[in-house]
Write a protein that binds this ligand. Structure first.
Ligand SMILES: [Zn+2]
Ligand SMILES: [Zn+2]
Length: 264
């Protein structure tokens, strides 16, 4: 099994990816409803039982709503989360998964993959991003896949991990003007733009533009909110970043027309 990172979807209506590396299949969040999750796996020719483990970022439904369906098909599935996140999710489940608990900020091994959990500021119990170090194959260098969505502002830890990623998935949640003009209730707008909400297009751009050195070859901008963002606005915000890094491949995930993407 050679390296493949399948981003099955990332938007406010659901986040789910599958990383295949070093002979292991790890799902990153299971935020699709059961039928969509199964259909996504089937499109890769896979069934739930082919997934070795799931890494959960936090307990919001757009990151874990599909866990119950996945566990019905694959009861012995290992589910990685920190204690608080596991506690919140367990309260919504009828079965008890094989929880693999970790301390936020720690690094652990899973069958040859080195996984680091990254604390992020977001209005959940103990939200994290992940960096997964995948071993190289056939003499090729290993690659680090880093997932950073659902964060209200950028911290030094987030900056540090963004710079070290080879494949970086970064949140670009909303356009500030579209959010202002949208018909969302004021408390929801406040929540989205708060210090523990989500990153705007400009905040994502500022994070990248502020990095002195970063080595990513693939940048995926995801978790767009369809009510207050468009891919063209993300592209526009990232123009300066593209100019300084012409070698960078940039993918923006359209929340209006969701399509999976496979990076190899
Ligand atoms: Zn989310
Ligand atoms: Zn969230």
């Amino acid at each position: 099994m050679s390296f493949a990172f399948h981003i099955l979807g990332t938007s406010s209506s659901g986040n789910c990816s599958l990383l295949e590396a070093g002979g292991v299949r790890v799902m990153l969040d299971a935020g699709f409803q059961g039928p969509r999750l199964e259909a996504s796996l089937q499109s890769l020719g896979l069934q739930a039982a082919a997934v070795d483990a799931v890494l959960i970022t936090h307990e919001h439904a757009d990151h874990c709503v599909g866990l119950a369906a996945l566990l019905r098909r694959h009861p012995s599935l290992k589910v990685f989360a920190n204690r608080e996140t596991a506690r919140r999710i367990q309260a919504t489940l009828k079965v008890r998964p094989d929880w693999q608990l970790f301390e936020t900020g720690s690094t652990f091994e899973f069958r040859g993959l080195k996984v680091t959990s990254i604390p992020v500021p977001h209005d959940a119990a103990d939200p994290v991003g992940y960096a997964v170090d995948c071993p190289g194959e056939d003499g090729a260098a290993g690659r680090r896949v880093t997932w950073l969505t659902d964060l209200g502002h950028v911290t030094d830890v987030v900056r540090h991990h963004a710079a070290l990623a080879d494949v970086l998935v970064l949140e670009s949640h909303y356009d500030a003007e579209m959010l202002d003009l949208s018909k969302r209730p004021p408390h929801l707008k406040q929540r989205i733009r708060g210090r523990h909400g989500h990153l705007s297009n400009h905040a994502a751009r500022d994070l990248l533009a502020g990095l002195k050195e970063w080595r990513a070859t693939e940048l995926c901008l995801g978790h767009l909110r369809k009510e207050c963002n468009r891919t063209v606005l993300v592209e526009e915000a990232m123009r300066e970043v593209r100019e300084t890094r012409p070698d960078l491949r940039v993918n923006v995930f359209d929340p209006l027309e969701e399509r999976p993407l496979t990076l190899t």
